[in-house]
Design a protein around this ligand. Structure first.
Ligand SMILES: C[S@@+](CC[C@H](N)C(=O)[O-])C[C@H]1O[C@@H](n2cnc3c(N)ncnc32)[C@H](O)[C@@H]1O
Length: 331
């Protein structure tokens, strides 16, 4: 197999080529317009000739009052290029695609390449849907350079040991939209039984059910108070047997009168207001070892999940899903 072909295959095997739709981008970015005035925006995982992130900012350059738009294209194994939009280059009175400047890169446009890191340093806000397989590294780099960002990711990323502390420390939070999102994928992608279709133009699509936006741009949503209307009873909210907190299986059911620690689903983050709640940790790291389960061979030693004392078939305990541990702030 030729070297290029094998590299391309390896790249595709990571299944990173999910292209975001313009309407998903516009729906989210409509909430952030004030942040973009005078900003240098960098889309660093975007083929600017096809990316809808580039398209969105190109179309809204004047409306948002951007200072500069930059996008770099990634090639697995050869030098790439960048596109920039800065000012009315052709003097026709508007800033649009006729003013785009294309410049070759010496490197391949990898967001970690020194050339792209130099552009990153110049940027005020990074906006993109980064490769899922490099999410941890991608976020680590943004944090290292202290950048503002708005990116798409899987809600499951909160279980990453590198990422969750950023959520706890209120350095990253969820944006507006969370849930199902559909992406176009390359023709080379294999069909799948679920969450896959081909439209009338022969375009392949895939969808994901737990996608959200992560950002460190302040938004009104994270200051909205979640209205709580349930009251605590020990029967309705059983305590975990391997951690001192109660199980709240739905965010909407968080009791308004319980001051202790509570385990809530990951989707709580969509409603998280740091003035109302404090995030204490994640079940994956907090759950205590249950020797009882080790003996029966149904439990991973080391502590992974919370359990409640509820008969579950032949077992005396029921395992809960991943939980975020929170506490109400007094108020
Ligand atoms: C999930 S796709 C999203 C593409 C585009 N941002 C969008 O939303 O439509 C991630 C993109 O990152 C590119 N990519 C993969 N590895 C990369 C790297 N190391 N540096 C920069 N881009 C990379 C992939 O080729 C892919 O096009």
């Amino acid at each position: 197999m030729a070297k290029n072909e094998s590299l391309n295959r390896a790249n595709k095997a990571k299944q990173d080529e999910f292209y975001t739709q313009l309407n998903d981008i516009s729906r989210e970015l409509a909430h952030y317009a004030s942040h973009f005035r005078g900003a240098v925006v960098f889309c660093n995982c975007d083929d600017p000739e096809t990316s809808n992130f580039w398209k969105y900012f190109e179309l809204n350059f004047t409306f948002l009052g951007l200072k500069k738009l930059i996008a770099t294209h990634y090639e697995t194994d050869r030098p790439s290029y960048k596109l920039e939009l800065l000012r009315d280059m052709n003097g026709d009175g508007k800033i649009d695609k006729l003013d785009i400047v294309k410049t070759p890169l010496k490197q391949n446009g990898d967001f970690r390449s020194p050339e792209c890191v130099e552009i990153l340093k110049e940027a005020d806000i990074v906006v993109t849907n980064p490769p899922f397989s490099l999410f941890r590294e991608y976020v680590a780099q943004l944090m290292e350079y202290g950048k503002k960002f708005l990116i798409i990711g899987s809600q499951n990323a909160v279980s990453y040991k590198e990422f969750f502390p950023l959520i706890c420390a209120n350095e990253v939070w969820q944006g507006y939209y969370a849930g199902d999102m559909a992406f176009t994928v390359p023709a080379s992608y294999e069909p799948k039984e679920t969450r896959y279709w081909v439209d009338e133009n022969g375009q392949k699509w895939r969808s994901m059910g737990n996608v959200c936006w992560f950002t460190n741009l302040d938004i009104p949503k994270r200051h909205e108070e979640l209205l709580l209307f349930r009251t605590y009873t020990p029967e309705a909210y059983p305590a975990y047997v391997n951690y001192p907190a109660i199980e709240v299986s739905k965010t909407a059911d968080i009791p308004c009168d319980y001051d202790g620690e509570m385990g809530v689903p990951i989707t709580f983050l969509d409603k998280y207001n740091p003035e109302q709640f404090k995030i204490l940790g994640f079940s994956l790291t907090l759950a205590g070892l249950m020797s009882d389960f080790v003996e029966k061979g149904t439990y991973l030693p080391g502590g992974k999940r919370f359990y409640i004392a509820e008969q579950n078939g032949k077992y005396r305990y029921k395992r809960c899903y991943d939980r975020i541990v929170i506490k109400r702030k007094k108020g």
